[in-house]
Design a protein around this ligand. Structure first.
Ligand code: GLN
Length: 309
């Protein structure tokens, strides 16, 4: 990735450019607690393979990681069920919006991939087979804290409660899954667990550290098997930005996962884990300026895996 001062200079330039943008996108408004986040926030953090970390902007302010939690639940589920998981969820990108019931109907109850909502609900359900919602959430939180080497990471109960009040689309997905025989637990149990892991709050710096295992750097021992890491990175590349994944590959070109809390976790395999947070979403539900920031970083640090120069 280059030396520290060079990365610092690049991050500084990106923050400046993002700070000047007029069109910042719109925060998710279907989850009340996210609707009023100040769109002037912006943070970037780069955690390189040797463990050193460079952060800029509002990197110490926590935000809701939302769908980025799907990466952690997938890692746990793959560790537990291995390839059996693929009987319940596909591995293909979807051209539908991330909470589409139509997409699920077209595939007769087998979600397209683990990163659309229906797929993540199935993954969460698979974790509940051997533990209560409380135990499962404790396991997820433990995993994230271990990966970040930081115990100061929590679930924001108010965000979870607010999503429960307004998450009607997710309720319809859970009921559809149940109708197709692809949900083992009661809808309320699975969704309650899902809403809570989506409500994990982290700072940009913590999130970058927690994603380092995906780059293949697993401090303190193996978190998950390298073969599963490869699968997760492949899925992040093809499905991590929903129906905007092609655009992300085109403009940035590395595995990444976005969340409606307006952050993105991006991985440069073997080299670094990168996060950006800039509230305000584009039409696909991805951070508008976060994507622009990563595009600039990818260009300047030559990160795209498709680049040949
Ligand atoms: N909790 C959100 C939902 O289920 C997560 C969606 C997202 O981040 N794209 O709608």
């Amino acid at each position: 990735m280059g030396d520290k001062s060079r990365i610092e200079a690049i991050l500084g330039k990106i923050l400046e450019a993002v700070g000047q943008a007029d069109d910042r996108g719109r925060p998710a408004d279907y989850i009340e607690q996210l609707a009023y986040v100040d769109t002037r926030y912006c943070a970037l953090s780069v955690c390189v393979a040797n463990g050193s970390q460079i952060s800029a902007g509002d990197h110490a302010t926590p935000f809701s990681i939302q769908s980025i939690s799907k990466v952690f639940t997938l890692a746990i589920a793959l560790g537990r069920h291995g390839n059996q998981l693929w009987h319940r969820v596909g591995r293909e990108p979807s051209n539908y919006v991330f909470n589409s019931a139509q997409a699920l109907e077209t595939r007769a109850g087998i979600p397209a991939n683990p990163f659309v909502n229906s797929g993540a609900i199935v993954v969460t359900d698979s974790l509940l087979v051997s533990g209560s919602p409380r135990e499962t959430l404790a396991e997820i939180l433990h995993f994230v804290r271990y990966a970040a080497s930081d115990d100061d990471i929590f679930i924001d109960g108010a965000v979870a409660a607010s999503e429960k009040r307004t998450g009607h689309k997710n309720f319809s997905l859970a009921h559809l899954l149940r109708a197709y025989g692809n949900l083992t637990q009661e809808c309320d149990e699975t969704l309650g667990t899902y809403f809570h892991h989506c409500a994990i709050a982290m700072t940009c710096a913590q999130l970058a550290r927690s994603g380092r295992f995906l780059a293949g750097v697993q401090p303190g021992g193996t978190v998950i098997a390298p073969t599963h890491l490869r699968s997760i990175n492949a899925l992040m590349s093809t499905c991590g930005h929903y129906n905007g994944s092609g655009e992300f590959a085109f403009r940035v070109g590395i595995p990444a996962k976005s969340g409606v809390g307006s952050s993105i976790l991006a991985i440069v395999p073997r080299r670094a884990s990168i996060t950006v947070w800039s509230p305000g979403l584009d039409d696909y539900g991805n951070s508008k300026l976060g994507l622009a920031a990563l595009e600039m970083l990818s260009e300047r640090a030559k990160l795209s895996m498709f680049a040949v120069d």
